[in-house]
Design a protein around this ligand. Sequence first.
Ligand code: S3P
Length: 181
Amino acid sequence: MENLVLIGYMGSGKTTVGKTLAKLMQFSFVDTDEMIEKQQNKTIREIFAADGEQAFRDLETDLLKQLVAEKRKHLVLSTGGGMPLRAENQKLLSKLGLVVYLKAEPETIYHRVKNDTKRPLLQCENPFAAIKEMIDVRNPVYEEAAAQIVQVNACHQVEIAEQIKRQYLQYSNSSARQLNV
Ligand code: S3P
């Protein structure tokens, strides 16, 4: 496992935890939303508004293929919240590294994103209901896509990053032992 891949719903802390984790691991931090915005020279909002969600999902898949082809190592990859929704993306994510799901309750998410204007899927009349509904649908998908699940509700980002680092090292050591058998 050469990289760490963080998945989870919007506002679960993939970017903040990911940056802390990258420092702890001395890995580079990469955010898929940011990479797409740079490559397209447009914000996520603009891509959704001009080309629609499916076009954005295609860009996500293209980016994962690119990262797999580049065989990059020592990355902490923070992914957009919808990334694991495509089965194809789930396979690409597992090829990239150890996939960790940052699992949060709808109340935690709502508290964190209620004033956000950058996420097109939350610009609706009742964001709490939308969050709850989407998490119900996505939770089993995230769980299936992940090798590890970390509960993030009550924890500080540094504790979460340290926990992920421990799990990653345990996972790498046990994989190395298995290879030696
Ligand atoms: C999305 C999550 C966003 C971004 C886009 C769609 C989703 O990323 O990719 O707005 O479908 O959950 P974050 O999870 O980083 O907010």
